[in-house]
Write a protein that binds this ligand. Structure first.
Ligand SMILES: [Zn+2]
Length: 462
């Protein structure tokens, strides 16, 4: 699938700029980069370049042609930024269908032939119609349709016209009634999304079940096996008999089989592997949102980059069962962090650390020695205390955060918060805006032009 992800502030600037010229056609260009996904591409639109006064050679009701002079300036700019270009123009008349006209296709083909070979990145074109955006990308000289256009800011908005938006099937009356009553139009958005769940242990498996029951296609990603008996108390779909298997089953298979058995018309894709490996990381780029319940700092650092670098929203959730000194339960906290291009990343929030990532990558014996010598604190690498009441709380908070991301409430909801299920309190966490000096600001919308923090190809972890 080919996705076009537009930074929300850019989409707003473009809409305002094009709208001001209606009923005349108007246009602009944007810097364009991409992330190659396992089964497609994620085109990433960042900065808009609005036209100077002499930009158009022809600008009429149904004709817009950039001047050779402006085109040459645009190509120079793209070359200096080492990226591609997106040409956007408007079709302001709502009586015509959304999409490219036959003359548009000829013009874009010609533009693609001239410009695309000169660029260091992709060349694409989009038409903005009152009902939504339609886009094409030039791929080895051929024009390919972009399957989905999304605006990504603090919230995720589908920009495609409703009539071409990917919808699964007709409404399933009875099955959908109460969910549709609750969610309204968001129900349809949700049904059209592909959501990746990174980590399907105690937290990820109930997240995955909620998503399947809500009607989303999902990809479940985990490198682990169900080899720890205590997991069966929390992992959805696991049973005591899994512990008797000669070879411990893979978590994605246990959870995947359970989800298939529910019988909903959704795809549950299993990816057995570590998100720090490039092939697995690129599977995540095939999703519209990633929900992450992983526990290592290294895996979270890789997932963290999706939000700013690839404009792919991430909902990161973690849980903690706190105890008093005498061992009695004192807290059941779940913490949610919504990572988007406009919210603080995990580095901004200082919840991941380079030292811990370094230690995670050391051989086990060296790590144990460091822990013994007091260089690693906090029960490093040991399974944390947990209980299903807590993991289900964390899972539900994560899926609620997904609903906020898809609705207008996301614009005002905190992007980071902690909820204690035992003492019943909720609190917003700091910081509330990204740190200006953070790596996430430098990598914003850079896609594959930045290298994600992945393991070298040779290192294969089971
Ligand atoms: Zn940051």
């Amino acid at each position: 699938m080919i996705r076009l992800a537009v930074l929300a502030s850019t989409a707003d600037t473009i809409t305002a700029h094009l709208g001001a010229s209606a009923p005349r056609e108007e246009g602009c260009f944007c810097l364009l980069r991409e992330g190659v996904s396992r089964r497609g591409r994620r085109l990433i639109v960042s900065e808009p370049i609005l036209p100077p006064y002499d930009a158009w050679e022809r600008q009429e009701t149904d004709m817009l042609r950039p001047s050779a002079q402006w085109l040459s300036a645009l190509v120079s700019r793209a070359l200096s930024e080492r990226c591609g270009l997106l040409f956007v123009h408007s079709h302001p008349d709502p009586r015509f269908p959304a999409g490219f006209s036959a003359p548009d296709m000829t013009a874009i083909g010609a533009l693609g032939e001239t410009i695309a070979p000169m660029l260091d990145g992709p060349f694409a074109a989009a038409v903005v119609h009152p009902s939504g955006w339609v886009a094409n990308v030039i791929d080895d000289g051929a024009i390919r349709h972009v399957d989905r256009v999304l605006s990504i800011g603090r919230t995720l908005r589908a920009l495609d016209p409703p009539e071409v938006r990917l919808t699964r099937t007709a409404e399933q009356h009875g099955l959908d009634d109460r969910q549709r009553d609750a969610l309204g139009e968001m129900h349809d958005t949700l049904r059209g999304l592909v959501i990746a769940v990174a980590g399907v242990g105690g937290l990820g498996s109930p997240i995955a079940e909620q998503l399947v029951r809500m009607g989303c296609d999902i990809a479940i990603v985990d490198h682990d096996r169900l080899d720890t008996p205590s997991n069966v108390r929390r992992v959805v779909g696991s049973t005591i008999s899994d512990l008797r298997a000669t070879t411990a089953p893979r978590k994605v298979d246990v959870v995947g089989a359970h989800l298939d058995h529910l019988g909903f018309d959704v795809e549950v894709r299993r990816v057995h592997g570590d998100v720090r490996r490039e092939d697995v990381f690129r599977e995540l780029l095939d999703a519209d949102v990633v929900l992450a319940g992983t526990d290592t700092h290294g895996s979270r650092a890789a997932i963290n980059d999706l939000a700013s670098t690839y404009l792919l929203p991430v909902i990161d959730v973690g849980v903690r069962a706190g105890a008093k000194q005498d061992g009695t339960l004192a807290a059941l906290t779940a913490e949610v962090r919504v990572l988007t291009p406009t919210t603080p990343c995990l580095w901004c929030r200082r919840v991941i650390s380079a030292e811990v990532i370094h230690a995670e990558n050391l051989p086990a014996d060296r790590r144990e020695r460091m822990a013994r010598d007091g260089y690693l604190v906090g029960g490093f690498g040991e399974p944390a205390p947990s209980v299903i009441a807590l993991t289900f709380l964390g899972a539900s908070l994560a899926t609620c955060a997904l609903l906020a991301l898809l609705g207008s409430e996301g614009e005002v909801a905190p992007s980071g918060y902690i909820v204690d299920g035992l003492l019943a309190y909720a609190q917003e966490t700091q910081p509330v805006t990204p740190r200006e000096d953070c790596v996430c600001r430098r990598q914003l919308a850079m896609g594959d032009d930045c290298t994600p923090p992945l393991l070298p190809t040779a290192a294969r972890l089971e």
